[in-house]
Design a protein around this ligand. Structure first.
Ligand SMILES: [Mn+2]
Length: 271
């Protein structure tokens, strides 16, 4: 084949595929892991990311589950991307603020922090892990996708929003009537999907301009850890309780939230 013909075919392939993704390059998003290292490894075995794929974590690598230290060590040494979750934020607050009020310290320890400390053993959290966690961005703008742990405040410009908004928000975000970004999908973790009315354990949740992939890996009512291959609209899941694993199309794995239904409207706070 002439090089001119090859170039023409390559151009057609580019036009057909469009966007950021090519068939050889997947973008994969992984929900809150919460110390479930074994499930993470099982999930990555199922996905088998190549050097060309890009893998993103939504934060909350640590706390509650048994192997937070191993999860941090693994992701820190990979070429994957990760953003800050509220559990990493709590850990940083406890480590950095010796005068942090007692109840904040306790909130972290009882909210899963004790399991993280236990996973590090008597030597504690090594400095390189602390610096790596501290370096995590609070969001990633991937052009057509905006990755953030919890969401955004629907009524504030991005520049006025804080780490607390990005890491903690729930209802105001989930019951937005219109997408925050006209041309970006916001992908989050943080709120276990089945805590949103109408969503069953294991399902992803999708609303106006957002998609929540935290299916509650640590929670006894679910146990599902989720990865989303958004390039191919495939969902991979591993269960931390019975190690079951499954793969299904996104449309079958997601529950659509309708913010105009009364069941959702009554949960929206006024602000
Ligand atoms: Mn979480």
């Amino acid at each position: 084949m002439s090089s001119g013909a090859e170039a023409a075919i390559a151009l057609v392939a580019l036009v057909v595929l469009g966007g950021n993704d090519t068939m050889n390059q997947r973008r994969i998003f992984i929900g809150d892991i919460h110390g479930h290292y074994d499930a993470l490894i099982q999930l990555l075995d199922a996905i088998a990311p190549t050097q060309d794929d890009r893998v993103y974590f939504v934060g909350d690598l640590i706390d509650r589950g048994p192997k937070s230290a191993q999860v941090v060590e693994f992701i820190k040494n990979s070429n994957y991307h990760c953003i800050l979750g509220n559990h990493e934020q709590m850990l940083l607050n406890v480590l950095e603020q010796p005068d942090l009020p007692y109840n904040f310290r306790q909130a972290w320890l009882y909210g899963g922090g004790q399991a993280t400390l236990d996973s590090y053993g008597e030597n504690g959290i090594p400095e390189d892990h602390y610096h790596w966690i501290k370096s995590l961005p609070i969001y990633l703008d991937l052009d057509d996708i905006w990755l953030v742990h919890a969401g955004v405040h629907p009524e504030l410009p991005i520049v006025e929003q804080t780490t607390d908004h990005f890491c903690w928000i729930r209802d105001e975000f989930h019951y937005m009537k219109e997408p925050f970004f006209p041309k970006k999908l916001i992908i989050t973790g943080h709120t276990i999907t089945f805590t949103i009315p109408g969503v069953l354990p294991g399902k992803l949740a999708r609303g106006e301009g957002w998609l929540d992939i935290d299916t509650g890996a640590y929670h006894h009512q679910s146990g599902w850890l989720t990865a989303l291959d958004i390039t191919n609209n495939q969902v991979y899941q591993v269960n931390t309780y019975h190690q079951q694993q499954r793969q299904l199309p996104l449309d079958e794995a997601v529950t659509q939230i309708n913010p105009n239904k009364s069941i959702y409207r009554r949960m929206t706070r006024s602000f």
